[in-house]
Ligand binder design. Structure first.
Ligand code: PHE
Length: 355
């Protein structure tokens, strides 16, 4: 009996020291394992004199329970300590200064393309795309601009081969041709994209952006063209009233053709659209030439309509007060930070898809 009392005292002593989980498990084995001290004491029960056996058994059970309880509470204590120290070490220090995060911005040209697409899609235009590398047929010939036509020189084309077969498209008008060739009328599309001409100054860059518009149906006339452009300009500049001027012009692929100016005034050095007596050219347009329709197998006696080509960069410069076109393409991070748009900002005239 004194043996097991000693075992108990020894082990209660051990269990009150600082221990880790492995050490407690080791004690558990020493006491209750197959050859553990307590397990062996139970085995000895049979050899104890019968008059003492009852007391020995009850004492032994008592000691066993006490040790087991101590072990369990020790394990619990270790686990709680572990959780507490984790909480202590892993807590977020809110007093730390924030990390410097470089968030990207949407380029003004991308923003303007999104705005233009959303305005035109509201009035039934879908969006088409064409390649930047075109062949001279789509860029000129199919658009009623034959080989010796002076417009070919006017465009200051970047040719990509000696035969002048491949080129960087000088306007988005070839997308008219591609669109009409691949399906049947009616057509009501816009085609935004990059265009190229060998030209560079404050308002010209060798790469710039246009958006083409094309609406062909049985009875589309110049009145529809005016209405559509008037609506677009008002929505884009977010004004109720604009002044618009159609100046007679010439494009081989439209007849009649016009260039469109919008009225503006300078207030404190800033451009204000819709008022004043100054004019700014923003697009070319006209009624699609019957020869173009013939070239894409559309019968000009049955179908007619308008086309336009708007300078996207110029619209962006006007709306967002940017005065040098070349800055658009300088990839200057500070400029982008200033003129760029937050990715989560929805264009002010975007009304969602449900409308
Ligand atoms: N493609 C013409 C240009 O780049 C613009 C235009 C498009 C004119 C469609 C008429 C019709 O100048």
């Amino acid at each position: 009996m004194s043996d097991i009392k000693k075992i108990k005292d020894d082990y209660l002593g051990k269990l009150s020291c600082e221990l880790n989980l492995d050490e407690v498990n080791q004690i558990k084995i020493e006491l209750f394992g197959k050859n553990g001290l307590i397990s062996n004491s139970f085995k000895e029960l049979g050899s104890v004199q019968s008059e003492d056996r009852k007391k020995f058994a009850s004492d032994l059970n008592f000691i066993k329970d006490e040790l087991q309880e101590k072990i369990n509470s020790k394990i619990q204590e270790i686990e709680i300590n572990e959780i507490n120290s984790k909480l202590k070490n892993e807590k977020i220090d809110v007093t730390l200064p924030e990390r410097d995060i470089n968030q990207g911005k949407i380029h003004p040209v991308s923003q303007v393309i999104d705005e233009i697409s959303s305005i035109f899609s509201e009035i039934g235009f879908s969006v088409e795309e064409g390649p930047d590398v075109e062949n001279q047929h789509y860029n000129f010939t199919a658009l009623n601009t034959p080989d010796n036509h002076p417009a070919r020189d006017m465009h200051d084309t970047f040719y990509l081969d000696d035969k002048k077969e491949l080129l960087l498209r000088t306007h988005t008008s070839p997308v008219q041709v591609r669109t009409m060739l691949k399906s049947k009328p009616p057509f009501k599309i816009i085609a935004p994209g990059r265009t190229y001409r060998s030209d560079s100054d404050q308002t010209h860059s060798p790469m710039f952006h246009q958006v083409e518009g094309l609406h062909i149906d049985k009875d589309i006339n110049m009145g529809h063209l005016k209405g559509c452009l008037n609506y677009f300009i008002k929505e884009f500049f977010e004004v109720d009233k604009i002044q618009m001027r159609f100046r007679p012009s010439h494009f081989p692929f439209t007849e009649p053709s016009a260039e469109v100016d919008i009225g503006y005034e300078l207030k404190d050095g800033k451009i204000v659209i819709g008022e004043g007596d100054k004019w700014l050219e923003i697009l070319g347009c006209g009624m699609v030439h019957p020869n173009v329709l013939k070239n894409v197998n559309v019968n000009p006696d049955k179908y007619q309509g308008y086309a336009f080509g708007i300078g996207i960069d110029r619209l962006g410069m006007l709306k967002y007060g940017i005065n040098d076109l070349r800055a658009f393409f300088d990839t200057d991070y500070r400029w982008l930070n200033h003129f760029g748009f937050d990715p989560l900002d929805v264009p002010s005239n975007y009304r969602g898809l449900s409308r």
